[in-house]
Design a protein around this ligand. Structure first.
Ligand SMILES: Cc1cc2nc3c(=O)[nH]c(=O)nc-3n(C[C@H](O)[C@H](O)[C@H](O)COP(=O)(O)OP(=O)(O)OC[C@H]3O[C@@H](n4cnc5c(N)ncnc54)[C@H](O)[C@@H]3O)c2cc1C
Length: 410
């Protein structure tokens, strides 16, 4: 499989060829959006931070996703309220809103050329059942003062002229789209400007205790760094690095798959707004990038739902067939436009669908930021800032962070 579109397009980071420091305050394993956001926040707080990335920054899920900054970790608001209760649902929503706003501000301040389009998102209902849930979500959001607009089926043509067969649409102004690999590498440049070291081609093979108050992070080539704190930001691969077995028990891998079409004729491209779009409870998601229709999902349509798969160098042809049928059914204007790109990526799930942010139980000096259940863009940037607050001040300022503490599973 050729490299995924977004990774091919994004400029590589300049290599950091300086020798590794013998010591740092914090070592971060993994240079996806979680590791880079954490490094940026730590460096700005005056903490010496070193990111060790096995491949290149954003090589894995962070450069292979659909670039949708959604709200609610992909869930409709009624389901979040159902899972967490009203008060905690409001907290989670507020945290994600802050994440999206902070990312947009950072992108703007840095002049980060990552194709940010802040024109909100469309949640389309694919059944009467989903439409009823959107109505329920809308009623709750209205009571909680969350900006949104619920439109009936007849009005869909106004916001998404190419769409067919949907039952209604919820517009969420806080959502956005980006070119994800370019965005994360832009953040990495800013983290370096702030003083962080970001070292590519640095595969961590062991995290060992070194005395009472330090850890030793060992690389595959034998180099090592001593540090006061280690942060696991290797997503589902942290299961292997965490010798305690905690992450193996609490985090599971699953694979997602995306296709991009050939460049659309202008008349067809004009039928798609430049915003985040999804349906079927966000299982299927799509957007237009550089006049290509980029669509992912359908993992539920094959036995096993791509759970437990760690191979992101291949994709599943059965998922491709089902995604093609989805596109032809709902966007007949695209029926003659071939898929010309395919790629996959591995995500980390948790058993309550909430991420892990904070200290690992029984592992002094070791923290984690991972397990975004397929919605890391909605979460990881603000979470990096929360993690830096925990390192510097001992606690994060936003009350939602208590929901993400790894000790909830201890
Ligand atoms: C197909 C697909 C579509 C998606 N669409 C969206 C979307 O539209 N919106 C959204 O919010 N989210 C989406 N996601 C999810 C999102 O991409 C992830 O939640 C997010 O990128 C996870 O970031 P991360 O930093 O935790 O992990 P990763 O990006 O996977 O980064 C982990 C890093 O750790 C490195 N690493 C691994 N092992 C080691 C080691 N031993 N030593 C050093 N480094 C190591 C890896 O090379 C990698 O760079 C999608 C994901 C996929 C796969």
């Amino acid at each position: 499989m050729p490299a995924p579109l977004f990774l091919r397009e994004a400029d590589a980071l300049p290599r950091d060829e300086a020798p590794l420091p013998a010591q740092a305050d914090v070592v971060i394993a993994g240079g996806g959006i979680a590791g880079i956001s954490t490094a940026l926040a730590l460096a700005r707080a005056g903490v010496s931070a070193v990111v060790l990335e096995a491949e290149v920054v954003a090589a894995r899920a962070s450069g292979r996703n659909d670039g949708q900054m959604l709200l609610g970790l992909g869930e409709h608001y009624n389901r979040i309220v159902g899972q967490l209760g009203r008060e905690r649902a409001r907290l989670l929503w507020d945290y994600i809103l802050r994440n999206n706003q902070a990312m947009k501000d950072e992108i703007a301040a840095a002049g980060n050329a990552c194709g940010l389009e802040s024109r909100g998102g469309l949640r389309l209902s694919c059944s009467e059942h989903e439409q009823r849930e959107l109505e329920e979500a809308s009623a709750l959001m209205r009571e909680d003062g969350i900006p949104h607009e619920l439109l009936p089926a007849e009005a869909i043509g106004r916001v998404l002229p190419a769409a067919r067969g949907f039952h209604g649409v919820l517009r969420l102004p806080g959502e956005a789209i980006v070119q994800p690999a370019a965005m994360v590498r832009g953040f990495a440049l800013r983290a370096r400007e702030a003083g962080a070291r970001i070292v590519e081609g640095a595969r961590v093979v062991a995290i060992e205790r070194d005395g009472d108050d330090a850890s030793r992070v060992v690389l595959a080539d034998g180099r090592a760094i001593r540090c006061a704190m280690v942060v696991h930001c290797t997503s589902t691969l942290a299961r292997e690095l965490d010798a305690s077995g905690f992450l193996k028990a609490q985090v599971f891998p699953f694979r997602g798959q995306i296709h991009a079409t050939a460049v659309l004729p202008d008349a067809i491209a004009a039928q798609f707004p430049p915003c985040a779009m999804s349906t079927h409870f966000c299982y299927e998601y799509f957007r237009v990038h550089e006049k290509r229709f980029v669509v992912g999902g359908m993992r539920w349509s094959v036995p096993g739902e791509q759970l437990g798969i760690l191979d992101d160098q291949n994709h599943d042809d059965r998922v491709s067939v089902n995604l093609r049928a989805f596109v032809d059914r709902h966007f007949p204007a695209l029926a003659a436009i071939p898929f010309v790109e395919a790629w996959s990526g591995i995500m980390a799930g948790t058993h309550d669908a909430l991420p892990l942010l904070g200290a690992l139980p029984g592992r002094p000096g070791v923290m984690a930021l991972l397990g975004f259940n397929g919605y890391g863009l909605s979460f990881a940037f603000e979470a990096g800032r929360s993690l830096a607050q925990i390192v510097v001040d001992g606690k994060a300022s936003h009350p939602a962070v208590a929901l993400f503490a790894p000790r909830r599973f201890a």
